[in-house]
Design a protein around this ligand. Structure first.
Ligand SMILES: *Cc1c(COP(=O)(O)O)cnc(C)c1O
Length: 358
């Protein structure tokens, strides 16, 4: 039985053309307050360090994440790449989790930084400290310059890597004189899920990248943070990869509000993701592990419906105005964020239930 508003609503959506985009939290829209702040932002030439709004964002980001300094970069991918270029030497090696975003989605470690990667298969995104140490000890030919971690771990379904694991891996790395970098694109989702402030979660890592443009809703931008010395070098590397900006205060203004106003509401996204996952898990032919849904990501498998992910996604778009992320084979990804309301999630669950029945 369908709810009475249901047929009406799906018709309305088809007429108005409103699309529910749950492919990624990067589809989050800047708030009205952000747009106002962007319009009024005081700016200067950031190439010379003269943009007061960028400087304010960098100071705020450093304080919030508990590092000495921070650098504004156009994207998370560039932030990670700049970190790699700053920490490593061409021809050397890094260690990363097997499905780390840096390895599977970015590739700059090889194409740009000229690094080899030693991949360690983790458990729900967390590498075992003993395996990391084994990899360090057995690396005879290539020098390992950096250990990369990720939290939340995207390809592990937004899993939260426990702070104890991070500190154990960092202890091993530091014991061997190797620095650590955390890809913390969604670190505030991790800290929200843990109920622990982000600066404590990342206390032991030498550098961290986090995104302002995902759940935090800024239109562009990520931060790289670390020691003052590290950030001074990173600034040179940002220039090398073309990331030096000018009157960037226009976008930094939104980033300030992202950090000040948008962190405390992430819980709502997690509740909506859980609601979505619970709804989906009750649909025959859809497979997902509710234990894996820890933050704002929901991965599920539609193989039981006799469809692959691409066919499933195009059906949802054509018939229900829903954009969802088709991954490999029959794996589908959905994310929640500020612009996806509880009612939207109800609509999505109902749509998928209907799409699955036919
Ligand atoms: C999105 C993401 C990035 C890269 O951020 P962009 O701003 O899209 O370049 C890096 N790591 C993880 C885990 C991500 O989810």
């Amino acid at each position: 039985m369908l709810l009475s508003w249901w047929d009406g609503e799906s018709r309305v959506r088809r007429i108005t053309g409103r699309i529910i985009d749950i492919r990624s939290d990067t589809s989050s829209l800047p708030t009205e307050e952000m747009r106002e702040a962007m319009k009024k932002a005081e700016v200067g030439n950031d190439g010379y360090g003269d943009d007061p709004t960028v400087n304010r964002l960098q100071d705020l980001a450093a304080a919030k994440i508990g590092k000495e300094a921070a650098l504004f970069v156009p994207s998370g991918t560039m932030g990670n790449l700049v970190a790699l270029l700053t920490h490593t030497q061409r021809g050397h090696e890094i260690i990363a989790e097997d499905q780390a975003h840096i390895v599977t989605n970015e590739r700059g470690y090889a194409c740009v930084a000229g690094l080899e990667v030693r991949r360690i298969r983790g458990h729900k995104g967390a590498m075992g400290p003993h395996e990391v140490e084994d990899a360090i000890i057995t690396s005879r030919s290539l020098k390992i310059d950096l250990i990369c971690l990720e939290n939340t771990h995207m390809n592990a379904g937004g899993a939260v890597v426990p702070p104890d694991n991070i500190s154990q891996v960092c202890d091993v790395a530091h014991k061997h004189g190797i620095p650590t970098h955390l890809d913390g694109a969604r670190i505030f989702n991790a800290s929200t899920a843990l109920g622990i402030p982000a600066d404590r979660v990342v206390k032991h890592v030498d550098s961290i990248m986090f995104c302002l443009s995902k759940g935090l809703c800024a239109p562009v931008g990520s931060m790289l943070a670390g020691s003052r010395d590290f950030i001074a070098k990173a600034k040179q590397m940002r220039r090398v990869v073309g990331g030096q900006m000018r009157q960037a205060g226009v976008v930094a203004a939104a980033g300030i509000l992202a950090l000040e106003k948008m962190v405390d509401r992430l819980n709502e996204d997690h509740e909506n993701a859980r609601f979505l996952a619970e709804g989906l898990s009750s649909i025959e032919g859809i497979e997902l592990d509710l234990d894996d849904v820890q933050t704002n990501l929901v991965f599920f498998d539609v193989g039981g419906l006799g469809m692959d992910a691409k066919a499933f996604a195009s059906k949802l778009l054509d018939e229900w105005n829903i954009k969802i992320d088709a991954r490999e084979k029959s794996l589908v990804r959905a994310l929640t964020y500020k612009d996806i309301t509880r009612q939207d999630v109800e609509y999505v669950v109902n749509a998928i239930r209907e799409a699955s029945a036919r």
